[in-house]
Design a protein around this ligand. Structure first.
Ligand SMILES: C[S@@+](CC[C@H](N)C(=O)[O-])C[C@H]1O[C@@H](n2cnc3c(N)ncnc32)[C@H](O)[C@@H]1O
Length: 228
């Protein structure tokens, strides 16, 4: 919730703000922006099972008039030019092979004066070939950039970049706690005689936590505006 509040504050999300949530997943952030801030949110999500899950969860909490997660690719967004006030994305563009194209799509659908605010993985230093392969196999991680390079992509899409925040230290602590929780859950499921989950994901996750704590990988929050 704190991560979503940070996005909402920097984007100026309020009642009736038309938000596009890039790579919306099951729609958790989308529903939060609608419930907490009164925004009207359209999530863009590539995976049909997630779109279906998002629809079910949104209906269960009665937010279907304010939130819709639609099937689509953020590199070719099925929304009209100038139809959106704010584009957000939470820790997801790491999966998108052509981030410049996704940023260009954000620019296209935003009205003049509209804002983009998102968090994503960054690589402070280049990954070894073995780590790059592990991240791809376990978590479908595509090309990563360092903070200045990534900010450059946002600027090249036409945005005036007004904030670049390094979240690496903050993430390192959160990830250690989350990994301890995963380990405990895996032990419990194994003890119960049920499959303990996807091994490639788990192995890449363990390495990811180390890489963030070594400040090889990390997180960034970027904010920018489409000139009026
Ligand atoms: C790590 S999840 C993040 C979900 C959500 N932002 C959240 O915080 O709960 C990443 C999501 O991005 C979606 N995704 C990956 N590539 C995409 C693309 N090109 N266009 C739209 N969604 C994409 C995946 O299907 C997945 O559901």
């Amino acid at each position: 919730m704190a991560a979503n509040d940070a996005l909402a504050e920097r984007a100026g999300i309020g009642k009736g703000t038309r938000v596009a949530d890039f790579c919306a997943g099951l729609g958790g952030p989308s529903r939060y922006f609608a419930h907490r801030y009164g925004a009207d949110v359209t999530g863009i999500e590539l995976t049909p099972a997630r779109v279906k899950g998002a629809e079910e969860l949104t209906r269960r909490v009665g937010l279907q008039d304010k939130v819709r997660v639609i099937e689509g690719n953020v590199m070719q967004v099925p929304l009209e030019a100038g139809s959106i006030d704010v584009v957000v994305s939470q820790e997801a563009l790491l999966h998108v092979p052509d981030k410049q194209r996704a940023l260009a799509e954000a620019y296209r659908i935003l009205k003049p004066g509209g804002r983009i605010v998102f968090t994503d993985w960054v690589a402070h230093r280049p990954l070894s070939d073995a780590d790059r392969e592990l991240m791809w196999q376990g978590m479908a991680v595509t090309d990563l950039h360092d903070l200045p390079t990534y900010a450059g992509l946002v600027g090249r899409a036409g945005f005036v970049v007004d904030a670049v925040e390094d979240l690496t230290g903050e993430w390192g602590e959160i990830l250690k706690v989350r990994l301890a929780m995963y380990r405990k859950l895996r032990e419990e499921t194994r003890a119960a005689g049920t499959p303990a989950g996807h091994d490639a994901f788990y192995e890449s996750y363990v390495r990811f936590v180390d890489l963030v704590n070594e400040a090889v990988l990390g997180g960034g929050r970027f904010a920018g505006e489409k000139p009026a």
